[in-house]
Design a protein around this ligand. Structure first.
Ligand SMILES: [Zn+2]
Length: 65
């Protein structure tokens, strides 16, 4: 069985893991309600896409108006 010849130093492991972190998704703002939304997707807060109402959202649509 292949085994590592030498033990990794703590620094070597930590240098590798220095790049292991979560990255925030890029968000854009809805021109209709200014909520942060994923780009190229229908706004989950007001249901608008490209200035048109595509989907009616039940409870939260009353808060915007
Ligand atoms: Zn919106």
């Amino acid at each position: 069985m292949a085994n590592p010849k030498r033990r990794h130093s703590n620094t070597r492991s930590r240098l590798r893991r220095a790049h292991d972190h979560l990255v925030l998704r890029s968000m854009s703002q809805c021109p209709q309600c200014n909520a942060f939304i994923l780009p190229h997707r229908v706004c989950t807060a007001c249901g608008f896409y490209k200035g048109k109402l595509v989907k009616t959202i039940k409870a939260k649509s009353k808060e915007n108006e």
